[in-house]
Design a protein around this ligand. Sequence first.
Ligand SMILES: Cc1cc2nc3c(=O)[nH]c(=O)nc-3n(C[C@H](O)[C@H](O)[C@H](O)COP(=O)(O)O)c2cc1C
Length: 198
Amino acid sequence: MSRILRIDASARYDGSVTRDLSDRLARKLAGTGVAITVRDLAEAPPAFVDAAWVDANFTDPAQRSDAQRAELAASDMLVEELEAADRIVIGVPVYNFAIPAVLKAWVDQIARARRTFRYTEKGPEGLLKGKTAWLVVASGGTPVEGEIDYATPYLKHVLGFVGINDVRVVDAGRWGSRTEAEQAEVIEALEQAAAKAA
Ligand SMILES: Cc1cc2nc3c(=O)[nH]c(=O)nc-3n(C[C@H](O)[C@H](O)[C@H](O)COP(=O)(O)O)c2cc1C
């Protein structure tokens, strides 16, 4: 299996730093012949979990009604998309020191007991093995992985929780404060790292 899943969460299209850098990264990782699936969360935001969803999720799969299966259909699709990818590129605009709501909604849809994680006697075990995730994190003033960045550590943790422990961060923090030469350096480093990992 070799498939790249690129996830976009920026509300912006024109001038979006995360969309531009994620596009460059995914293309470089793909080289020739590797398929890229694009999941644009801003264009089609995942639903928030509600009582019916929780009820369906915690019902034994063999016992689910048609309505409960329908309730989980979109979540199943997002999980299958993730399972099918060995490399995942996530564009992460820092919104109010954390992740955009559409990305949190996606996390809530893919964190599924018995599908993407399970509890064992030794504690929780992530079930999505052998994957690498790249977080392309852009901000206005918040330093990426600094003490007020709640986006990057949260995503690292939750991806690890579902079994994705190889998480690499592209630091596009304080993007607008960087000179063109500094921005070009980030792009150059990103493309080199991607070419090495391709
Ligand atoms: C709703 C909103 C909230 C934001 N909150 C923060 C923030 O807390 N810290 C920060 O450094 N930048 C913040 N920004 C700036 C964005 O992180 C920055 O513009 C980044 O480039 C967005 O990614 P994009 O270019 O892909 O849209 C915010 C932007 C928006 C639209």
